[in-house]
Design a protein around this ligand. Structure first.
Ligand SMILES: O=C[C@H](O)COP(=O)(O)O
Length: 245
């Protein structure tokens, strides 16, 4: 029997953007979703300071909440960090781990990303595990090798829980307006699918916009998007979500 495709997920990563003034965008999005028959899950991953306010603003709407990072410990002397248990308590159902900006700016390794993913499962959160090659690695023809190494190192060593999402984000496509060709996306997603459970969602991220969402989301083994800049305005984000209507 043919394997059923997992329900797509469109997640907006607000990164370090948004003060209480941005709550209106969440409210607008909740209103827009009322008129849409959704074939995907929708998630906002706001800065931690906004999680609880967005939770009340979107109450009743089909919008899930996610954190942007977590520590691998549940609590303790880790100034400035946040644990998966705290995110769960604040109303999140998921957390992004291993985003390339954290790998680059905070020295995260596949090993720390895996520990964070395991912390997510401990708190009953979905772990959205990011992987992706740099431009130099792509130019050197090393994309699939890098992806395989990151997958092996960042996902749990034994059985991978079903509340795992893999996000393929080519580093050179993030915030640049550049995107891989559909053939390049298909090649990487097929290589990830070959190494993961068919039930796991594999998102594409990197300069997803309303104008390219349908094309990118139609690629085989693409089960949704991790969206940065275009998730900040409800009018843009809904244009991407509508790829799944
Ligand atoms: O987490 C989201 C990605 O880094 C993509 O960001 P972007 O849509 O601004 O390119």
């Amino acid at each position: 029997m043919a394997q059923k495709s997992p329900k797509p997920l469109v997640a907006g990563n607000w990164k370090m953007n948004g003060t209480t003034a941005a709550l209106k965008e969440a409210r607008l999005l909740a209103g827009m979703l009322e008129d849409v028959r959704l074939r995907c899950e929708v998630m906002i991953c706001p800065p931690a300071t906004l999680i609880t306010s967005i939770k009340s603003v979107v109450k009743g709407a089909k919008i899930k909440l996610g954190g942007q990072d977590c520590h691998w410990y549940a609590h303790g002397a880790h100034t400035g960090d946040i644990s998966s248990e705290m995110l769960k308590d604040a109303g999140c159902s998921a957390v992004i781990v291993g985003h390339s900006e954290r790998r680059a700016d905070h020295g995260e390794t596949d090993e720390t990303v895996r520990l964070k993913a395991e912390a997510a499962y401990r708190a009953d959160l979905t772990a959205i595990i990011c992987i992706g090659e740099t431009l130099e690695e792509r130019k050197a023809g090393r994309t699939l090798e890098v992806i395989a190494r990151q997958l092996k190192g960042s996902l749990p060593m034994n059985a991978v829980p079903t509340n795992t999402v893999v996000a393929y984000e080519p580093v050179w496509a993030i915030g640049t307006g550049l995107t891989p060709t559909v053939e390049q996306v298909a090649e990487v997603h097929a290589s990830i699918r070959a190494k993961t459970d068919p039930a796991l969602r594999i998102l594409y991220g990197g300069s997803v916009k309303p104008a390219n969402a349908v094309e990118l989301m139609s690629v085989a083994n693409v089960n949704g998007a991790l969206v940065g800049g275009a998730s900040l305005k409800a009018a843009d984000f809904i244009g991407i979500i509508k790829a799944y209507t």
